[in-house]
Design a protein around this ligand. Structure first.
Ligand code: FES
Length: 103
């Protein structure tokens, strides 16, 4: 099991939006849902779109390319053409830092 490592500072992710970060060479998306943070892989499982550039509504991120969508809590697809789940990563907020444990 890997340890938690810093992804970014919390103030850099606006509520209702996502931000792409790279942790240990892996592109991740950090989402802020009204002060609650979630971290997923950034790359859509349908193509190669950056989900951090998608539209976040509640806990659903809609891909900017073809309109597929995922629940960022579970990674489950909720709209086609996405059918494969998105990897989610445990995260914690500590001292203003969003930390992630890569899966
Ligand atoms: Fe995301 Fe196609 S690349 S829905």
């Amino acid at each position: 099991m890997s340890e938690f490592v810093e992804a970014c500072e919390d103030w850099t992710v606006e509520p209702g939006s996502g931000r792409r970060v790279t942790v240990r060479g892996r592109p991740l998306a950090v989402f802020n849902v009204a002060g609650e943070f979630h971290v997923t892989d950034d790359t859509c499982t349908h193509g190669f779109a950056s989900l951090a550039e998608g539209r976040l509504e509640g806990h659903v991120i809609t891909c900017p390319w073809h309109g597929g969508a995922f629940d960022i809590r579970s990674g489950q697809p909720v709209a086609e053409p996405c059918t494969d789940p998105l990897q989610v990563h445990p995260c914690e907020l500590r001292g203003g830092s969003i930390r992630v444990r890569l899966k």
